[in-house]
Design a protein around this ligand. Structure first.
Ligand SMILES: Nc1ncnc2c1ncn2[C@@H]1O[C@H](COP(=O)(O)OP(=O)(O)OP(=O)(O)O)[C@@H](O)[C@H]1O
Ligand SMILES: [Mg+2]
Length: 504
């Protein structure tokens, strides 16, 4: 996927904003997580707990020392030594029994000889209860090579408490270790979230910017085509955003350039044709009178009695008269076309002008229809609201007359049984006034709709093909435009647009 410079810039901006905001949030968030965790779990508390275990440890060492001293005191007592030296079994026994009362932590004392015979034994069953007490048996050498076995009892409770405390310390130490783990876990989750947000933002950014850049690229390509002189471009401009507005402005600019170019071209062409018409009229007009006079003279001066020749001369004279008349009419029309005046514009109301121009028009006379068939109907659809335009009434009336005349001809030529409609409509669209001349005749083929405005384009045997050329020239002189389209009634529609003062 290739990114345009504009897209890269947008994506860069998205990444920058995402990284700054989300990265900031990550930094604060991570601080917050470890702070929140640290309130409950931290190294200081763990150290304290481990210290308290040390206290237990020292207590146990003291207990052990005490046990050693008690064992020494029992085994190395002078009275026991004396009783053993004297082989006094009863004395030894009494001494051993006595040590159970002398020392509250002694549970059992056993004395054996060097041969392994038991010399004396005393014990307190209540102290020997292994459930309640922790028992520790220490050995000491006896005077005759035998052995003292002193069993000492300590209550289990401090040992159990120590066990519980060290379990606790172990769990707590795990938690402290976990604090880094927890915070890095959340950091990982957060970074994954950050990355997915950035990816989504980038995707959305690409989609949105692509929609914009693609349309800008279309516009750029269209501009290039216009630069190469192709004024037929039209860029689709649906939508309501700035790009659509720009596109519409571009299209209307191209349309304006195209119109003014067409206009200039047409006026140049018309100018050339006018010059041609002027010379043609001049060249034809001059010999017409001598031809007419010569034939008239031949006709008049023939005094022979050849009846057939007389008829030939009569026919020739009549034909020449008729054709000369046609030529004179043509010359007149060429002449008129050649001398089309420059429009002198004056302010007028369009609908009023149209109504007035068409008031006296007799469609039956224009159509040359037989008396017994119905003449075409003239339908006026004028916009009653005032529309002020700048017109040369005489020239525009002539244009209107040409259009109505063409429409009547088209309608009657297509329907010999009579009838048909010619519609003249006016309306305003913003600062444009529109006049339409429509009919329900045969219409004009799409490929001829441009050519009909060319001088001398005609499909009629008697036509000059100058009618629509004059119409277009007049409209262009009014700074307007004319187009030929298909009429909703089925025939042709000639639509004139003139600049108008916008009605508030
Ligand atoms: N309303 C119409 N319906 C059908 N075809 C039309 C209509 N108006 C004009 N045309 C066609 O356009 C051609 C040119 O018209 P234009 O007025 O320029 O010349 P013309 O009418 O042929 O000759 P002239 O105007 O000198 O009588 C016509 O010959 C005709 O084929
Ligand atoms: Mg005509």
């Amino acid at each position: 996927m290739r990114l345009s410079r504009f897209e890269r810039r947008i994506l860069g901006a998205i990444v920058a904003v995402a990284v700054v905001t989300l990265g900031g949030a990550l930094w604060f968030g991570q601080g917050a997580v470890s702070e929140a965790y640290g309130v409950g779990v931290n190294q200081r508390v763990l150290d304290q707990l481990q210290d308290s275990l040390g206290i237990y440890q020292r207590h146990f060492e003291a207990l052990r020392d005490d046990a050693e001293r008690t064992a020494d005191a029992v085994a190395y007592d002078r009275r026991a030594y004396v009783a053993m030296e004297a082989d006094d079994g009863a004395g030894l026994h009494a001494f051993v029994e006595g040590s159970l009362t002398r020392y509250p932590n002694v549970a059992r004392v056993v004395v054996t000889s060097a041969d392994g015979d038991e010399l004396a034994r005393a014990e307190r069953p209540d102290r020997l209860d292994a459930e309640r007490n922790r028992l520790l048996t220490l050995e000491r050498p006896a005077a005759d090579g035998g052995t003292w076995q002193v069993t000492l009892a300590t209550p289990w409770e401090p040992f159990r408490a120590h066990q519980r405390a060290s379990d606790l310390v172990e769990v707590y130490a795990q938690l402290v270790d976990g604090a880094t783990y927890v915070s890095s876990f959340y950091t990982g989750v957060y970074i994954a979230f950050l990355l997915s947000v950035i990816i989504v933002a980038l995707a959305v950014g690409i989609i949105v910017s692509r929609r914009v850049t693609r349309r800008v690229a279309v516009l750029a390509a269209a501009t290039e085509r216009v630069g190469r002189g192709d004024l037929t471009v039209e860029v689709p401009s649906d939508g309501k955003d700035e790009i659509a507005e720009l596109t519409r402005a571009f299209n209307s600019m191209v349309r304006d350039i195209r119109n003014s170019r067409d206009r200039i071209e047409y006026l140049q062409r018309i100018g050339a044709w006018q010059e041609f018409a002027r010379r043609l009229a001049h060249e034809i007009k001059n010999p017409l009178t001598p031809i007419q006079l010569a034939v008239q003279q031949v006709h008049r001066t023939y005094k022979g009695d050849d009846a057939r020749y007389q008829r030939t001369v009569d026919d020739a004279a009549a034909i020449v008269e008729e054709e000369v008349a046609t030529l004179r009419r043509l010359v007149g029309e060429f002449h008129e076309f050649a001398r089309l005046p420059v429009a002198a514009l004056e302010e007028a109301d369009l609908s009023e002008f149209v109504t007035r121009s068409l008031r006296g028009v007799d469609l039956r006379a224009l159509s040359n229809a037989e008396e017994d068939v119905p003449a075409p109907a003239l339908v006026l659809e004028v916009d009653e609201r005032p529309t002020t335009v700048q017109i040369d009434a005489q020239m525009l009336r002539r244009a209107l007359d040409n259009l109505v005349r063409n429409a009547v001809h088209a309608v009657t030529a297509a329907a010999p049984e009579g009838g048909g409609r010619v519609i003249v409509a006016t309306r305003a669209e913003g600062s444009t006034a529109i006049v339409e001349v429509r009919d329900d005749g045969p219409g004009i083929d799409a490929e001829d709709r441009e050519r009909v405005f060319d001088p001398y384009f005609t499909t009629k045997s008697e036509g000059t093909g100058l009618g629509l050329a004059i119409v277009k020239k007049v409209v262009l002189e009014h700074d307007g435009s004319i187009e030929c389209v298909a009429a909703p009634e089925g025939g042709a529609c000639f639509r004139i647009r003139l600049p108008a003062q916008e009605v508030a």
